[in-house]
Design a protein around this ligand. Structure first.
Ligand code: PGA
Length: 274
């Protein structure tokens, strides 16, 4: 696990965008796993800039999003019409800006009438696409990846979950209210890729910023592996992981000097994977 510590949110975002851009150039038909939330917005902005100004080409890329509220989202007759859906978020923040063909994007269908069967289909679709080359992740205030709330099995597959009050509150303040949603209409259920699904990606890039998440990031990266902090599953990941943090969120890591040392030495020997 490479832990890269950047000065601020902007530098964290640029670093993540460069990693994704390198993959897109190297493998024009790569499969990306993508998150929503406030964390990846800077990364998405930079990818849009790279598309517009540097011609970074997403036309062959396939994407799978981590999660979507249930009872909201992609209405197939009116794609991306629901303002508070994650499908809409992705369209606004990334998909329209990088001009990716929409049929190559996948956000769990929040309108599905058969959620259990749908979750199995989502897993199949990922498999049929050849699996995820790079999974970008944030981390929730309660340590979740996707909507895998505390207590979710670390072997979970794509499934329907019940959101915690903390997640509802966090997402209300940061996102749902700003998109014009009504509190009482906020869904309590969601579809999320499972932790087991996420761990099958060929590469993981996790982002976090801000002092509010310093404690939970330290627990996820350095604490015990536990279903109470589902992002701690990163410690079980067998492959290549890059965690990109800003100074504030890294403040409670006990091995911060070692992480900086590793980055310096790897940079010296040109073995950093970004
Ligand atoms: P945030 O959400 O990026 O808005 O903090 C992250 C998450 O809940 O996974």
């Amino acid at each position: 696990m490479d832990v890269l510590i950047r000065n601020n949110y902007k530098d964290m975002s640029l670093c993540a965008a460069r990693i994704i851009a390198a993959l897109v150039r190297e493998k024009p038909n790569a499969v990306l796993g993508l998150p929503t939330g406030s964390t990846p917005i800077g990364t998405y902005k930079e990818l849009v800039r790279m598309h517009r100004e540097e011609g970074l080409d997403f036309s062959g890329i396939t994407t799978f999003n981590l999660d979507e509220y249930l009872g909201i989202g992609k209405d197939l007759s009116k794609p991306y019409a629901q303002d508070q859906s994650y499908a809409r978020f992705m369209w606004e923040e990334l998909f329209k800006g990088i001009e990716i063909p929409l049929e190559q994007t996948h956000v769990p269908d929040g309108w599905t009438k058969t959620p259990e069967a749908y979750c199995a289909q989502y897993e199949d679709a990922i498999r049929q696409a050849g699996g995820i080359d790079l999974q970008l992740l944030g981390i929730g205030g309660n340590g979740h990846w996707g909507f895998n709330e505390p207590g979710t099995s670390l072997a979970s597959r794509t499934q329907v979950v019940t959101l915690t009050q903390q997640t509802l509150d966090d997402n209300w303040a940061l996102f749902y209210s700003k998109a014009g949603g009504r509190r009482e209409e906020m869904p309590h259920f969601a579809i999320t890729m499972g932790i087991g699904t996420i761990l099958e990606a060929r590469r993981i890039v996790m982002l976090a910023s801000g002092s509010g998440k310093a404690e939970i990031v330290a627990r996820a990266l350095e604490g015990p592996v536990t279903a109470q902090v589902t992002a701690s599953a990163i410690q079980l990941y067998p492959g290549n992981t890059t965690v990109i943090l800003d100074e504030e969120v890294a403040a409670k890591l006990s091995r911060i000097d070692y992480y900086r040392h590793v980055e310096r030495v790897k940079a010296q020997y040109h073995t950093l994977l970004y």
